[in-house]
Design a binder for this molecule. Structure first.
Ligand SMILES: Cc1ncc(COP(=O)(O)O)c(CNc2co[nH]c2=O)c1O
Length: 410
């Protein structure tokens, strides 16, 4: 049972008081795409730029010292947020997509070759799916996809068969942004490690919405994005086991990531700085640390319980109508993304009509086109919930869907 004060939380998000569509109350249900930003995080960004904006790591003046300490401490906080130990296991990137590319190119390009296999799932986001496809094409490795079952779960029997001694990397989404499926990433890590393969967990929809412990999972790499967890855009997080980041080649080259440079060659800085070339995401890192404080004050268990209650309610209300198809597992066993279609109403038309009623959802393929091909639909509408959403907002969603239904039935 969730114990969070939604009204108190909503007071920290002025945007939620906005009106849209000629005076309708905004009902923001597109959190799987990006979350909203509390005043505390906005104030942290403003305070940085107003009081101690400076470049980091090298300056000896007070502003640089203050900015460096705040930025470096943010790495510790984000590492601990997902169960890591400290900054040496936490690289700040631009987003989850860049984190995937960092490992796929810095490790995959150097380590993969013909005969090697990368095992993904049919529900992977393009951030990992396209990236590993490209690296496989460049190295001669092969990409395989663990199928999903008819009710939207990962086929774990197939996973056991497909992950073999030829597998070098398993990349799996922790919580699907389209199906809401919560994958057994710990079990998949065990299978991968039994075959001396690494596992990269895409936590973009998990880290913001539930307690994550990368050591319990035994993830070799774990990625997520700041903008989905009350933080700013422009920052992502790549957790990596200490020894793996120490051995990993850099991804981008330039200042900050070096130790010594001559006209002939260069040596590298230690992780995480080895992977943060140039002037890093200073304000974003400091603000994301503030977002972690906010989330942890509310409690990740409370956030998960709140979302699951809203998700189950939305699932039940939507599927009460025979003309609605919701994709993925049952409403009481999924993450907070609910992708669906209404017979006779294209997802884009549905999204536009919902917008007319103030309801903001996403329509399209949610960067999972192969998954939509597998589902046999060109697109879906997707409502996704977070800590500041309410049952009344689910009712607004359902009522607006009914308006669309009426409109298209006449
Ligand atoms: C599971 C998953 N992986 C990776 C990403 C990429 O994150 P980014 O690099 O910060 O963009 C997303 C973003 N998902 C979505 C972004 O917009 N709608 C979505 O569903 C995601 O949901």
């Amino acid at each position: 049972q969730a114990s969070l004060d939604v009204d108190a939380i909503r007071a920290d998000f002025p945007i939620l008081e906005r009106e849209v569509a000629d005076g309708r109350d905004l009902v923001y249900l597109d959190n799987a795409a990006t979350s909203q930003t509390p005043d505390q995080v906005v104030d942290a960004i403003a305070d940085y730029y107003r009081r101690y904006n400076s470049n980091v790591h090298r300056g000896l003046h007070e502003l640089s010292q203050e900015a460096s300490v705040a930025y470096e401490n943010a790495h510790d906080k984000l590492a601990e947020f997902v169960g890591g130990e400290d900054r040496e296991e936490m690289v700040f990137t631009k987003n989850t997509t860049e984190a995937e590319n960092l490992v796929a190119f810095a490790w995959g390009l150097n380590e993969l070759g013909p005969g090697d296999e990368v095992v993904l799932t049919q529900m992977e986001h393009h951030a990992s799916l396209v990236t590993w496809q490209q690296v496989a094409e460049k190295t001669g490795a092969e990409v395989k996809y663990i199928p999903i079952t008819d009710d939207g779960y990962l086929d774990m029997d197939a996973a056991e068969e497909m992950i073999t001694d030829d597998t070098e990397m398993v990349n799996v989404v922790h919580v699907s942004n389209t199906l809401g499926t919560v994958n057994p990433v710990g079990d998949l890590a065990d299978i991968a490690h039994d075959h001396d393969a690494y596992i990269f967990v895409d936590g973009a929809q998990a880290a913001p919405t539930r307690p994550v412990d990368v050591q319990d999972i035994d993830a070799d790499f774990y990625a997520f994005s700041g903008h989905k967890m009350l933080g700013p855009t422009g920052i992502g997080c790549l957790y990596g086991k200490r020894h793996l980041l120490a051995d990993l080649e850099p991804f981008l080259y330039g200042g900050e990531m070096i130790e010594r440079v001559s006209y002939e060659d260069a040596t590298w800085n230690d992780p995480p700085w080895k992977f943060e070339a140039g002037t890093p995401v200073i304000a974003q890192g400091i603000a994301l640390a503030e977002a972690v404080d906010y989330l942890e004050d509310v409690g990740m268990e409370n956030i998960q319980a709140h979302e699951e209650a809203l998700t189950e309610y939305a699932y039940d209300e939507l599927t009460a109508h025979d003309d609605v198809d919701v994709y993925g597992p049952p409403g009481d066993d999924r993450g907070a993304a609910v992708s669906f279609n209404v017979d006779g109403v294209h997802a884009h038309d549905l999204s536009s009509i919902l917008n007319d009623y103030g309801v903001a959802i996403r329509a399209g393929d949610h960067c999972t086109q192969p998954l939509h091909d597998t589902l046999g639909v060109p697109a879906s509408a997707r409502a996704s919930f977070y800590l500041y959403n309410t049952r009344e907002e689910v009712d607004a969603l359902v009522d607006a869907v009914d308006e669309a239904r009426q409109l298209f039935s006449t």
